[in-house]
Design a protein around this ligand. Structure first.
Ligand SMILES: CC(C)(COP(=O)(O)OP(=O)(O)OC[C@H]1O[C@@H](n2cnc3c(N)ncnc32)[C@H](O)[C@@H]1OP(=O)(O)O)[C@@H](O)C(=O)NCCC(=O)NCCS
Length: 184
């Protein structure tokens, strides 16, 4: 699939193209800001519903991991996706705690762009191992992670029954970040 128009930035304002309908606007992939929190909460609830982060936790995750909290900004006040990675300094490892793209923008390469950017920042910051959990039937996410080099973390093919409580199983996937190697 062809990637959507995408502008990566850290410091400049999102690009806008007056006259175009919102869904044709290029997206700005940038670090999350404090002012994004209400929209991030709305987006998280839209996509994850019962598994959305409570507002207070999202706030504290932002406080802790701001530099690895990235959003896709459409320039109209709406966010179309985010990725969040949490790091552990002592272990030089990281967990992806959230990844999503709004349903209307899926299958255009945006999930991969979010992941590639956060993995690139993690590598730059000296992180060597990245893990994540995924619902074992979530093939869209699993295919995406596999395409980036993630593999199930043994034992049992990464399967962890009741990981998030009774009946809420997860697969754990892992990527080793070599400092000198690029991402797929
Ligand atoms: C998972 C998710 C982030 C993928 O975002 P996306 O922007 O649609 O993904 P991309 O377009 O970048 O796809 C990258 C690759 O992932 C795989 N993929 C993505 N969606 C897929 C689908 N519906 N079916 C099969 N493969 C899929 C493909 O390998 C794809 O590469 P290709 O387009 O070259 O075939 C998105 O589906 C989503 O937000 N899902 C709901 C939230 C979620 O499940 N998050 C992950 C929690 S662990």
């Amino acid at each position: 699939m062809t990637a959507e128009p995408l502008e990566r930035s850290l410091d400049h304002d999102p690009l806008t193209r007056p006259g175009l309908p919102p869904d044709d606007l290029p997206l700005d992939l940038r670090t999350a800001r404090e002012s994004d929190l209400p929209e991030l909460r709305r987006l998280d609830e839209e996509v994850f519903q019962d598994f959305a982060y409570p507002g207070f936790l999202l706030r504290q995750l932002f406080d802790m991991y701001e530099e690895h909290f990235l959003v896709l900004d459409d320039g109209t006040g709406r966010l179309r996706g985010y990725v969040l990675a949490a790091t552990r300094t002592l272990g030089r490892d990281s967990w992806i705690l959230g990844l999503c793209v709004t349903p209307d923008r899926r299958r255009h390469g945006l999930g991969r762009e979010l992941m590639r950017e956060v993995l690139s920042r993690l590598r730059r910051d000296g992180i060597q191992v990245v893990r994540l959990t995924v619902e074992p039937a979530n093939l869209a996410a699993i295919f995406l992670y596999r395409s980036l080099g993630f593999r199930p973390e043994e034992p049992d093919g990464g399967l962890r029954p009741d990981y998030f409580g009774p009946g809420v199983h997860r697969q754990i996937m892992r990527l080793d970040l070599a400092p000198d190697r690029g991402l797929p």
